[in-house]
Each structure stands twice: as structure tokens, then as C-alpha cells.
Design a binder for this molecule. Structure first.
Ligand code: ZN
Length: 591
């Protein structure tokens, strides 16, 4: 991945993997390696190793392994360029500004910068309107009525879009081309295309920032009974609603620290929860959570409490989100707030009425999603067989997504008890669906290959690091095609290509060419304690492979002869057999 001469390559050369990983894992020196408890799977005895010379890590438990960048990518749940930056920063290497490659890219970047600038100006404008106009003061009274004080209003950048229809437009028009104003989404064009006007009118404005804190859109709530109640920015070159979570820019640190996030529906909910002192809250801004939003969240935590509105739409949204979150391996709990009087409570209303303490208490008690779902299923009519079947059909897709078999089994028991369903019947249904699903479940133990034989392991190790003779060894293996048919054939093939090249090729690069199972075998071999290789030993390994090759051909010839003892070509076959037996004797006996 790190191209020679690239910035990533430079960072890799300079970064000390032991130091970088040491910031996440307590490492102890053990022989030539460092070991510690694997951060990627739960364990009590260390099976996680870091190789300071080869600059690689490998876990003998779960099989994760790679270089310093793959470690950071996995740990921080971030893409490669981000990982390069993280490592560079940890090692004090200045990060260059990204260069645009083509004129189009430069134009796009410039355009994005202008769109962000327009949002910055619009934001300042909305805030001013709320502060200093008569209309704005009415909006302020409304906000205060909803329990938002001046500090919160300022803290969340809440503003007001006036009713005039072109007040913002007049402000922006002298500075920006019409086309860019429309592209930004804060200004609209009427159907004739002739007239421009403010998109948001007579609305409270909530700035929506991207992950790095730049305002890229607005979410706006009608002040009166105007419809729609909520109106948001359209999709623009800087904003896609499925990529952004409201409040993520501020929530990411608390989320990382506490290793869980609270997911709510709207900005008012997020603001209410954040004001209650719970910073790790984000809003999906709309009832449906999209996969990119989950991936964004997944970079910071894999644990989430879903606290959507308790109405029908909110329940449907909760269940849809659950499916997506479970697919992305999240650990999910669901908080369904109790009604207040006869009103169904969203987080905003609940905190206003009952206070932050009460909310935090419920948050702590939020049940795992299966409990929530069982409770939902119990609301269905369970008095008939059909009703039970419906309840079961409702639950089954979620239960199937529980990756852990024991846990799945436990839930099956609970569901059977709670819905009064015959347990064997339920288990049969569950097992059936589990089998159907098997192909999509990633089972890592299957990846563990049979251990490569000792001779193969030694040769692989020599090919990887016997600086004195690895080229010679690669040539010999290549020439006699001695590695063909070995279980580790692909590892050999990659190492031979590397060995024959004059450039040194690092282990991680070779690992990157292998599939997961072969990479594991390869890394395990690199971490084995082993004595210095000698050419003598290499030769004896080569002899062994040669013998194996001859023996295999001999067996094949013998089989052909036996299959057709009177056939044509028997003479040639017998001659070949003699020849092979002679070779075998010359190759010596296995020592
Ligand atoms: Zn592990």
C-alpha cells in the first residue's frame, strides 16, 4: 500500500511500530519480539506479537496481522490515508497538504471551499437575525419556551431564517455567482429558473457540521405551523445526508473515550441530551439511519444505545436501524422512553419534564436490543397460533444476526418462555435459518490452515530473511519448480519473486499479496524463534523437496504401469521408473 517514495512510505520508514502500538497495547519484550494482550479479541494470556525488525504485528489468537498502518486502521477504524496521518503525527513527521492531481480536482476543491464559505456566511447571518431583529426575538422566545437558554443557543449555533424571502440572498449575491449560491442549497431557484430566493424562511436554523466541524448544511424547523415542519439542505457537493451525523464533530471524542454512543432522531433531541451533560450523542437527522452513517460511527465505537421517538415511525426506524447496526457488528441497546402523562416522550421532552438525572438512569438500564424486541413482539396478539407465528417472524431476523451461538441459544430460550412457544419448535426454526446463513458468517477458525511442514517453514523463513543466500535459494526453487504442489505454494511463489528482485521487499508487502489464510501462516513463521539459517541447511531442505518431487512422479508412473500393464509405451514408462529410482538414490536418503 505504501508506494515507494510516497509520503506513506516515508512515514513507514521512520515510524517505530513498537512505539506506535505501545500507545495502545502494553508491550513486553520477549526474545527478539514484543508481546502483549491482543486489542482485537478478548484474552488473558498474550498472543499478540510485534516484530521490531520486520515492523509487523501478528496475533496468534485471532490471526489479525499487518504493518503499523493496518494496526492503526483497525484500531481507529479509519481508512488508509487517515492511518498514515495518525502515524505521522504520533512520530512527529509533518503531514504535507494533499496535492490536487488534475485541473478538475483543483476546480472541485475550490468549489467546495466556496460552498463552505457560503455556509459560514449564512451561519453568521442566521445568528445575527436571531439576535437582533424583531422577528428573531419572537423565535428566541419560542426557543426559550422549549427550554433553550442563551448559552445553549450560542453553543449550538442556533439561528433564524427570516420570512422576507430574499434577505440572505441580497447579502450573498454581490459576492458569489448565482450558480454557486444555488449549488450551496441555501438559495433556491424558482421553476422558471429566472428568480432566486432564500430556501429557508421563517425557520429556526441548526447548523450541521461535518466530522471535522465545518458547517456543510442546515436543518431548519418551522416556527409556526408551516409545513413541512422540518426542512433541510438538499444534497450538495459538500453534503450528503447519509454521510453526516448531527453533532458528530463534537461527540467523537466523548464517544471514543466512553466507547459508546447514543443515537437519537433529531437535532433537538441531540441538543437536549448533550445539554444534560451526555456528550456522546449523535442524531441521524431523519428517521432512517444510512449505512455510511453507521460506518462513520463505527470508526469511533461499536456500541450504541438507540433512543428514537416512541411513535410508530420511531419504532419502525429503530427496527430498521437495528438491522443495519447488527450487520455492522454493533452491540446495540435500545432505550424506549416511558410516556409522560398521555404524551409519548422523545429525549427532548423527557429531559425537559423529568430532568437529566432521570434520563441518565434510564440510559444505564437500557436493555439489549433482543429484550426490546421481545417486548415489542409481546404487544402482538399471541393468543392464536398465527399471531405467535407473526411474532416469531418478526423476531427471527434479528436473532439470526447474533453472531455468538451460545448467546443465540440463550435468547431462543427466553423468546420461547416469553412468547410461550414450544422451545424445540423454535430451535428447529432457528437452526434452519442459521444453516441458511452460514455462508455469510465470517468464521475465523476456518482460516487457520494446517500447519506447514517443518521443511517448508524453514525454507520460507530463509527466503524471507537469509540475506546472504536468499537469491540463490529462490533461483534453485524456481529452477526445479520444487515448491509446486506444496500447501504453502503461494507463499513460496510470492517470496521467490521477491527474492529474485534486486529491491528489498518488506514482509508486509508480501503479506499483502497473499490471501488471509496464507498471510497468517507466513507471519506465524516469521515470528517463530529460530536459529540462524545456513546454506547447508538450505541445501538439505532443497534435497528433501527434490526427493518429494521424484517420489511423487515415481508414484504416478507406477500407477500408470499398474493401470495398463500391457499397453503401448510400457517400455518408456519402465525406463522412466528406473531413471527416477536412480535419481532418488542419488538424492540421498532423508536425513
Ligand atoms: Zn487477537
Amino acid at each position: 500500500m505504501a508506494e515507494a517514495g510516497s509520503f506513506a512510505d516515508r512515514v513507514k520508514q521512520q515510524a517505530d511500530i513498537v512505539r506506535v502500538i505501545g500507545e495502545y497495547v502494553r508491550l513486553k519484550k520477549s526474545g527478539q519480539n514484543f508481546t502483549g494482550l491482543c486489542p482485537f479479541h478478548g484474552e488473558k494470556t498474550p498472543s499478540f506479537a510485534v516484530h521490531p525488525v520486520k515492523q509487523i504485528f501478528h496475533c496468534f489468537g485471532c490471526g489479525k496481522g499487518g504493518d503499523v498502518f493496518s494496526f492503526v486502521m483497525e484500531m481507529e477504524k479509519c481508512p488508509f490515508p487517515e492511518a498514515v496521518k495518525v502515524v505521522a503525527e504520533k512520530c512527529g513527521i509533518p503531514v504535507p497538504r494533499p496535492k490536487e492531481r488534475t485541473p478538475e480536482e483543483r476546480k472541485e476543491n475550490q468549489q467546495r471551499a466556496v460552498l463552505i464559505e457560503i455556509h459560514r456566511e449564512a451561519q453568521a447571518f442566521f445568528v445575527r437575525q436571531l439576535e437582533s431583529t424583531a422577528e428573531g426575538r419572537a423565535a428566541r422566545a419560542y426557543l426559550e419556551d422549549r427550554g433553550l437558554n442563551a448559552e445553549t443557543i450560542a453553543g449550538f449555533g442556533i439561528g433564524y431564517a427570516p420570512s422576507g424571502g430574499d434577505v440572505l440572498l441580497r447579502q450573498l449575491k454581490p459576492k458569489y455567482a448565482d450558480k454557486l449560491l444555488v449549488e450551496s442549497g441555501v438559495i433556491s431557484r424558482d421553476q422558471s429558473g429566472a428568480r432566486l430566493f432564500d430556501r429557508f424562511r421563517r425557520r429556526i436554523t441548526f447548523p450541521i457540521a461535518n466530522e471535522s466541524g465545518k458547517i456543510v448544511a442546515f436543518g431548519c424547523r418551522a416556527l409556526g405551523d408551516d409545513l413541512p415542519k422540518y426542512l433541510n439542505s438538499p444534497e450538495t457537493p459538500i453534503y450528503s445526508k447519509s454521510n453526516v451525523l448531527y453533532h458528530m464533530d463534537r461527540a467523537k471524542e466523548p464517544i471514543r473515550r466512553q466507547d459508546f454512543a447514543i443515537l437519537v432522531e433529531g437535532y433537538m433531541d441531540a441538543i437536549a441530551v448533550a445539554r444534560a451533560g451526555i456528550g456522546n450523542v449523535v442524531a441521524s437527522c431523519g428517521t432512517s439511519l444510512a449505512e455510511p452513517q453507521i460506518k462513520l460511527l463505527g470508526r469511533f465505537t461499536k456500541r450504541v444505545i438507540v433512543n428514537y421517538d416512541p411513535d410508530v415511525a420511531g419504532q419502525a426506524a429503530t427496527e430498521r436501524s437495528l438491522t443495519l447496526l447488527l450487520e455492522q457488528d454493533f452491540e446495540v441497546r435500545v432505550l424506549a422512553l416511558p410516556a409522560i402523562g398521555d404524551k409519548k416522550a422523545d429525549p427532548d421532552l423527557f429531559i425537559r419534564e423529568k430532568g437529566a438525572e432521570a434520563y441518565i438512569k434510564l440510559l444505564k438500564e437500557a436493555p439489549p436490543y433482543v429484550d426490546y424486541l421481545i417486548a415489542r413482539a409481546r404487544q402482538m396478539d399471541l393468543s392464536t397460533g398465527e399471531g405467535k407465528q407473526r411474532a416469531l417472524n418478526f423476531l427471527m431476523p434479528y436473532v439470526q444476526r447474533i453472531p455468538n451461538r451460545l448467546l443465540r441459544s440463550e435468547w431462543a430460550t427466553r423468546i420461547a418462555q416469553q412468547l410461550r412457544i414450544d422451545e424445540p419448535v423454535l430451535r428447529a426454526a432457528l437452526n434452519k435459518s442459521a444453516t441458511e446463513r452460514r455462508s455469510e458468517v465470517k468464521v475465523s477458525p476456518q482460516l487457520v490452515g494446517k500447519p506447514a511442514k517443518q521443511i517448508e517453514r524453514r525454507l520460507i523463513r530463509m527466503l524471507a530473511e537469509a540475506e546472504g543466500f536468499k537469491k540463490e535459494l529462490a533461483q534453485r526453487l524456481q529452477h526445479g519448480r520444487l515448491y509446486e504442489g506444496l500447501e504453502t505454494e503461494k507463499v513460496f511463489a510470492a517470496l521467490i519473486v521477491a527474492g529474485l528482485s534486486d529491491e528489498p521487499i518488506p514482509a508486509t508487502e508480501i503479506g499483502a499479496q497473499l490471501d488471509e489464510r496464507e498471510r497468517r501462516v507466513f507471519f506465524e513463521i516469521l515470528f517463530e524463534d529460530a536459529q540462524e539459517p545456513t546454506w547447508e541447511e538450505a541445501e538439505s531442505c532443497l534435497d528433501a523437496l527434490r526427493r518429494r518431487q521424484i517420489e511423487q512422479e515415481l508414484a504416478k508412473v507406477q500407477k500408470t504401469i499398474e493401470a495398463n500393464p500391457s499397453g503401448a509405451g510400457l517400455r518408456e514408462l519402465l525406463e522412466r521408473k528406473q531413471e527416477l529410482m536412480k535419481q532418488l538414490t542419488a538424492a540421498g536418503q532423508p536425513g
